[in-house]
Design a protein around this ligand. Structure first.
Ligand code: MF3
Ligand code: CO
Length: 272
């Protein structure tokens, strides 16, 4: 069942999404080699609670941490832990909050030091694919149009692996609502998009093959070939003509650019 939000509800959801953005920007300030992902998770939990919200991932289906922190070949749902970040690590930070009863859920991938051109390109293309998906989150299009745009940019144009097992989703009073939003699919397929549908669109893109497996902890998803994977996620509201992006990367990108420990060099390679 699809749940369409009123304009008032969308504004509340914007506040939830923006609290996640603000939390991610705080993390962008402090990322550096030597810090542990568990310490990042603690800061996330405190920041969210200090802003009158609840970290929504904690206890969700038994998930044991405030956030998901996925390093290198971990695709998503990485457990924060005592391992220190080192230069050339890439790290996806995925945060969910409940603020005033409404969910925000979005993610960003950072590079600690220089992971090399190949990986920087994967980061760039994955972020671009998210926006290409969002361009299709408009009234009259279908979920498959979002999926197709993401797959086209990542897999077909660049040969990356699009993860099949995990998908984006509707978002609202629950973390996961209908519809599912895959990152692969056919143009013109799937449910029709209508005004007020709020979606979490989240490409998970592998440098190598698309195959992944889940570790024995029941959560940590890794690439089967051990190559790195990148994850970006925005919360968007379907509108006529142009989607409304409720979350915001601008402050995260500002802090990322200002942090000398983070690598942001924009490489300009021609698309194949
Ligand atoms: N962004 C992820 C999702 O939408 C985060 C869920 S992790 C969990 O599925 F811990 F909450 F399960
Ligand atoms: Co999500």
């Amino acid at each position: 069942m699809m749940i369409y939000k009123t304009n008032e509800q969308v504004e509340l959801m914007r506040q939830s999404a923006l609290l996640v953005s603000k939390t991610l920007a705080e993390i962008a300030k402090i990322l550096k080699p030597g810090i542990t992902t568990l310490s990042i998770d603690k800061i996330i939990g405190e920041f969210v609670r200090d802003h009158n919200a609840i970290p929504s991932f904690l206890h969700y289906k038994g998930y044991p941490f405030n956030s998901c922190i996925s390093v290198n070949d971990v695709v998503v749902h990485g457990f924060p832990g005592p391992k220190e970040l080192v230069e050339s690590d890439i790290i996806s930070v995925d945060i969910g909050v409940i603020l005033n009863g409404w969910h925000g859920d979005h993610a960003y991938t950072f590079a600690i030091g220089d992971p090399g051109e190949e990986v920087m390109r994967l980061i760039k293309i994955t972020k671009e694919s998210l926006y290409k998906g969002i361009e299709n989150a408009v009234v009259g299009k279908r979920v498959g149009d979002i999926a197709f745009a993401i797959q086209e940019h990542t897999e077909k144009k660049n040969g990356y692996g699009v993860v099949r097992e995990l998908v984006g989703h509707g978002l609202g009073r629950s973390l996961h609502e209908d519809p599912q939003v895959p990152n692969y699919g056919k143009k013109g397929s799937g449910p029709k998009l209508k005004e007020g549908l709020v979606l979490a669109i989240e490409p998970m893109i592998n440098l190598g093959k698309k195959d992944v497996y889940t570790e024995d902890d029941g959560w940590t998803v890794r690439t089967s070939d051990g190559k790195p994977s990148v994850h970006f996620e925005h919360d968007v509201c379907v509108r006529k003509g142009k989607a409304d992006i409720l979350s915001d990367y601008s402050t995260i990108e500002k802090e990322e650019a200002a942090n000398p420990n983070l690598f942001t060099k924009q490489i300009e390679l021609p698309l194949s």
